[in-house]
Design a protein. Structure first.
Length: 681
């Protein structure tokens, strides 16, 4: 055998060989091996066994191979190629061989509908969805002409499109023609329920057929599952495996494993699917083990000094793994050159800051400006903020310029409302975008058992009001989204920002104003957005102003002290128009959003304890996938790292931390209980 291959080896003795020479050698080798005769003998054996298609393949492959070699000699004569290149050329040629198979019968499957498709020489016909309102199809109501009007117009000689009665007759004709097409078998099926589980009725056609053929009966549906494709069977196996595991874990029931076992054995019997079945079984038995880093690893990753904002702590409480992916692994999405909601929020913050700074520079409060003056100042502020944007994104298209116009309207509306809120009380802006850190307010930052925490923050606005040596502080944080004050979220740690800001600013002012008693006045999330009002109910400009004030009312917590309320809302008669309170007989009624100074201090202490809890857990190495669910929404919904953690609630080990919505008084009682337990320890 090796002697037959020696000419090929010698042809490549210099590393390359002429294509024509190699093609001739291969033809000679095929003749010496009697390939043609052997293939013909194989074709005769297949033909004798009744396998004509296979016989045709074996009889045609040799001439086709000769054709490829002949074309190589003629087209590539003189070309010298290496062994690898020669093999590639030959393989490409052989891949082009197509053995023509003329089918003995022109079998085919045709899909169509009742009215448009024409069937010829049909042996077996399947009629699907033979349900009432489908066969015949119910005509949609709402036409311009009634049937009586159509008859009148038709009698007058006008040609009209078929009406509902004519369409019904047409459908019956098409149905009759279709049912008589099949020469061997006719199968009619209908659904008993729709997707929502509502019962469906069969078409009149079935009753009519039973009248024509009294012995005709509907076949009972097959019991058990039947699969018509591999993916369908795979999904059924996955469902069965998960159901078996869930039943075994919850109550030790192993009966559900029988269905999974039968499907698994069917897969395993197929040698091509056996490995896949094993992988599916492994996946069904997979479980999530809680993520935990060694403390030394966490300290090396984050540093012994845990730095960041309150937002970072809130992100940890929403999901430890999300915090780890963001601040530990520092995963980032690829930036896109487009305006995102976050960009608009930052621009709005900057514009509002510029408005208040312009007022401070003029030694005035925005409350002292007229509405027209505020509109002009707001427009200038948005323009300046856009000009300062280095990307130039806000000017690159008509759409983005429209967005800037919309932003100008939103900022203007928000400024008008904020100015009106200031006019109603005695508070005046003291600082905008006030930056602080743990160095400025060390008492607001908890001590940790290992390492330390250094917080920094940026308070959108701080307003103050003074009365008899007491300085009342109001913290305002602008929100362009749907964020609102929810006391129960303090318990989960997802809403600590306002309380930590209040603690920091109180500590700063205590050092800055040692002769004054610093007291909490209010903490607010101030919405920045459009005021949507029902203009049909608005009759006057004053009513419109009140409606916009109500729509953009801030949410938060207010000091219930009488002096604090007076400083915030004046006489309080219309306080419900611009504050999250209720009024009765011209006075503010105390409710969930009003607490005394003592409760403020307890909440601030609790928020500080939550900071300590987060710091200990982060530096302790907690990277568990544990999303928080609040108000029917989980932190997974808009998480950029969802594909990284691969959270799946169906897998054992994965859990959701649910924070049930509670009334403020229930939240405060729980905080008091926890504080009592801490004191008891």
């Amino acid at each position: 055998m090796l002697n037959l291959l020696l000419p090929l080896r010698e042809a490549f003795s210099e590393g390359e060989a002429d294509v024509a020479v190699i093609a001739a050698l291969l033809e000679g080798l095929m003749e010496q091996l009697a390939v043609d005769e052997k293939l013909q003998h194989a074709a005769e054996r297949f033909l004798a066994a009744g396998e004509a298609p296979r016989a045709r393949e074996f009889s045609e492959v040799y001439p086709e191979t000769q054709r490829i070699l002949r074309e190589m000699r003629e087209v590539l004569a003189g070309e010298r190629l290496s062994r690898a290149d020669m093999a590639g050329v030959l393989e490409s040629g052989l891949r082009e061989i197509h053995i023509g198979q003329i089918p003995a019968y022109a079998d085919r499957v045709t899909l169509g509908d009742l009215t448009r498709t024409r069937f010829l020489d049909v042996k077996v016909l399947f009629l699907l969805a033979a349900n009432d309102s489908v066969l015949p199809k119910r005509r949609e109501e709402g036409g311009v002409l009634s049937e009586r009007e159509r008859e009148a117009l038709r009698a007058a000689g006008l040609t009209l499109a078929p009406g509902s009665k004519a369409q019904l007759y047409e459908q019956r004709f098409y149905l009759y023609r279709l049912l008589t097409e099949a020469s061997e078998q006719l199968h009619i099926s209908y659904s008993t329920v729709d997707r929502s589980g509502k019962a469906l009725r069969p078409s009149f056609l079935l009753r009519h057929l039973e009248q024509l053929f009294p012995r005709l009966r509907a076949a009972a549906p097959e019991t058990g599952e039947r699969f018509y494709s591999t993916p369908e069977a795979e999904q059924a196996l996955i469902r069965a495996l998960r159901a078996a595991r869930k039943a075994a874990e919850e109550n030790g029931d192993k009966s559900a494993a029988a269905s999974a076992a039968s499907l698994l054995s069917a897969f395993a019997a197929d040698t091509e699917r056996k490995r896949e079945a094993g992988m599916l079984a492994d996946a069904a038995c997979a479980l999530y083990a809680e993520g935990q880093l060694f403390r030394e690893t966490a300290l090396a990753l984050y540093g012994e000094v845990l730095t960041g904002s309150v937002t970072r702590v809130e992100e940890y409480f929403r999901c430890p793994f999300r915090h780890f992916a963001n601040y530990g692994l520092r995963l980032r999405q690829l930036p896109e050159f487009q305006i995102a909601q976050q960009d608009l929020g930052s621009l709005a913050h900057r514009a509002i800051e510029l408005v208040f700074r312009a007022a401070a520079k003029a030694e005035k409060s925005p409350a002292a400006y007229s509405d027209d003056e505020l509109r002009a100042v707001a427009a200038d502020a948005v323009r300046e903020a856009v000009e300062a944007d280095a990307s130039g994104l806000y000017k690159d298209s008509a759409k983005n310029r429209w967005i800037v116009g919309k932003l100008t309207r939103i900022v203007t509306q928000s400024i008008l409302v904020m100015a009106e809120q200031l006019r109603r009380g005695s508070y005046r802006p003291l600082a905008e975008e006030l930056r602080f850190s743990s160095k400025d307010a060390p008492e607001s930052t908890p001590a940790l058992s290992v390492g330390s925490m250094q917080l920094r923050g940026n308070i959108d606005r701080v307003d103050t009001a003074e009365h008899e040596g007491k300085l009342y502080v109001k913290v305002v944080d602008y929100k362009t989204g749907a964020t609102s004050w929810e006391p129960y979220k303090i318990l989960s740690g997802s809403q600590l920002q306002l309380l930590i800001y209040l603690s920091a600013i109180t500590e700063l002012f205590e050092r800055q104003y040692p002769d004054k008693e610093i007291l909490p006045g209010a903490v607010f999330y101030a919405p920045v957005g459009d005021a949507f009002v029902d203009l049909e109910k608005i009759r006057t400009e004053e009513a419109l102003r009140k409606a916009k004030l109500k729509e953009l009312t801030p949410s938060g917590l207010i000091n219930s002290d009488e002096t604090a309320l007076t400083l915030l809302a004046g006489d309080g008669e219309d306080a419900a128009d611009f504050l999250p309170v209720r009024t009765s007989e011209g006075k503010i009624r105390l409710g969930e959003n009003t607490v005394d100074a003592g409760r403020f201090f307890k909440l601030q202490a609790y928020a500080k304890e939550k900071l300590r809890e987060a710091g200990e857990a982060i530096l302790g190495g907690n990277v568990r996938v544990l999303p928080l669910e609040e108000d029917g929404h989980t932190s997974c919904e808009y998480c950029p790292y969802r594909d990284v953690c691969a959270f799946d609630a169906n897998l054992t080990g994965y859990k959701v931390r649910r924070n049930k919505k509670q009334k403020a008084e229930e939240v405060f009682a729980e905080i008091d209980r926890e504080a009592g337990e801490e004191t008891g320890r």
